[in-house]
Design a protein around this ligand. Structure first.
Ligand code: ATP
Length: 250
């Protein structure tokens, strides 16, 4: 579980997060949704200790995350930020291998190599493993970054728009892998703009607007026309297919 209490954060003279309290349970995928500029990336970065709040607390399990040593925190929480810069001359295998760094700095054990191979395979990257990152397409690069994040095998995964640049098949594959990870007890928190994908795969939703949590709960309670209209200031229709909400702008 990862969560926060009364987070406040301002920068550039603007309040970005305003008394944000929310919780992402273990064994579940939590979707962070909301309009552009709402504060989702800021909140995710704060949960991953990439940004320090002005006030408030991050909780990891029962612990105050700020009290954990940085290396210990890195072995428990992975953050994949949006538009992560990659070093072009690395191979895909090297990049994914860096995911093992928090566990075995400087060298990969045989067990690490096995994990790297499994993550390459999961993301359909085995055939591209020896290619340099600058020779890959945008979607292939994104898959390599996701494989690196998965290779960290932490109890918490924080992902900012992981489906960026991914086609339907790979987007579905990534969500299936995240679902597998959550079923094994891990906590997955992911920013998603595709609400139908969020409704299909998320167990829990945190809806953020103007730096505040507008609504939080199961997809069926957050993905209603009333909540979504208020969240996006737009009219939406919600249809249930196989019991899952499908969201249509109107
Ligand atoms: N360094 C900064 N200086 C000033 N304003 C910032 C800074 N970083 C973020 N912001 C502002 O904070 C607000 C929240 O940004 P954030 O990236 O968290 O939004 P988001 O919900 O992730 O948006 P998107 O869906 O567009 O990625 C935005 O208005 C953004 O312009």
């Amino acid at each position: 579980m990862i969560g926060c209490q009364e987070l406040n954060y301002s920068t550039g003279g603007k309040r970005i997060l305003d008394r944000v309290s929310a919780s992402a349970p273990s064994g579940a995928i939590t979707a962070l949704v909301g309009p552009n500029g709402a504060g989702k990336s800021t909140l995710l970065a704060m949960l991953g200790r990439m940004l320090v709040p002005d006030s408030g607390m991050i909780r990891l399990g029962g612990e105050n995350a700020a009290a954990l040593a940085r290396a210990a925190f890195a072995r428990r929480v992975t953050t994949l930020r949006q538009a992560t810069r990659i070093t072009p001359r690395l191979t895909v295998r090297d990049l994914v291998g860096f995911g093992r760094y928090p566990h075995n700095p400087g060298h990969l054990t045989a067990a690490d190599r096995k994990i790297v191979d499994a993550c390459l395979q999961d993301l359909a990257l085995s055939d591209l493993a020896e290619r340099h990152l600058d020779t890959l397409s945008g979607g292939q690069q994104q898959r390599a970054l996701i494989a690196m994040a998965l290779a960290q095998e932490t109890e918490v995964l924080l992902l900012d728009e992981p489906l960026n640049n991914l086609d339907l098949t790979h987007a579905r594959r990534v969500m299936q892998i995240l679902a597998q990870r959550s079923r094994s007890g891990r906590t997955v928190v992911t920013v998603l703009h595709d609400l139908t994908i969020a409704a299909r795969f998320a167990d829990h939703v945190i809806a953020v607007k103007d730096g505040q949590v507008l609504n939080e709960g199961a997809p069926a309670t957050v993905f209603t026309p009333e909540v979504l209209s208020q969240l996006y200031d737009a009219q939406v229709e919600v249809h249930l297919i196989d019991g899952k909400p499908v969201i249509l702008p109107i």
